[in-house]
Design a protein around this ligand. Sequence first.
Ligand SMILES: Cc1ncc(C[n+]2csc(CCOP(=O)(O)OP(=O)(O)O)c2C)c(N)n1
Ligand code: SF4
Ligand SMILES: [Mg+2]
Length: 349
Amino acid sequence: MSYIKPKFRHPRLQKNALGFTVADYDGAISTLCAGCGHDSISAAIRNACFESAIPPHRIAKVSGIGCSSKMPTYFLGKSHGFNSVHGRMPSVATGASLANRALTYIGVSGDGDTASIGMGQFIHLIRRNVNMTYIVANNGCYGLTKGQDSATADLGSVAKGGAVNPFDGIDLASLAILQGASFVGRSFSGDKEQLEPLIRAAMAHNGFAFIDVVSPCVTFNNHTGSTKSYSNTREHLEPMALDFVPMREEIRTQYAEGSTQSVTLHDGSVIHLHKADSGYKTDDRMGALNAIQSGNDADRILTGLLYLDPNSKDLNTNLNLATRPLNELGRRELCPGSKVLDSINEGLR
Ligand SMILES: Cc1ncc(C[n+]2csc(CCOP(=O)(O)OP(=O)(O)O)c2C)c(N)n1
Ligand code: SF4
Ligand SMILES: [Mg+2]
């Protein structure tokens, strides 16, 4: 069996502003189970990068361990990539972004990878506001190791073997908002109309952008009684539709006043939110927490752009670091000479 996609492309495939087709953003053929939610997220990331016309070689994919962390193999085959160890992707992402702030960083993780072994590292990504998009493919279980409950499994959810989960699940979106994340969204792998613009907005955001995506595991957590199954998620979804207009594109569509809320990002891109409850404000941290909690109490899964800090300052800006990537600095800039070093040493006496 071959895992390489055929190279033949239809000559009339649509091209983006850079002249690339969506096939230029493809990766290898997926080896995940047929129907796994993670494959839909991979497709959404590929489409988002194509639509936003980001050059594939200016993107870096980082991940940990899990079926979810295997996903970067299946999209953006021409981009940089680092498949790290379990729960340790945040350190790799932080180091890479400090060394080269010119790349677009996409982190892909699982609920096990983030909410258990990687929780300590995850919190520090948020605290430092590392400029990256961090996606958790959340299936409420450890898919790769045969479906044990994860820390995001909901209270009362039934495992495939019949055991009822006695613990409350960690709500990663609420946690991220509480810890000060500057962009927080939630979505469902089966809702590409919402997920794709959300990922585009996250990539345009200046700082840490977190997206929690419910992504059913068809093999171990898609049965009756599981709260992360396709049917249960579809039944309880409360989606806020949105679209994303990048900075360089003219806003052509007119929206009826009251039905739409517009949010402008630092680079001038605009996100339009539709059908949001009229009182919902994306820059209100406490309001977002209340809305998520009220949704949980009513057995509803609120999805969309939940929180955005329009004044976000990312780690590199905050530390006033070099604006150019380290690998582009010449010998003179990296080694300023003995006079400069002497004066630095003098200042430390
Ligand atoms: C240090 C370490 N501990 C444990 C494991 C075993 N392990 C591999 S993947 C995984 C959990 C994966 O769950 P999740 O991150 O939710 O990804 P999924 O497979 O569900 O997409 C575990 C515990 C490991 N690889 N490394
Ligand atoms: S075991 Fe579950 S999470 Fe892993 S590939 Fe299969 S369906 Fe997806
Ligand atoms: Mg999982």
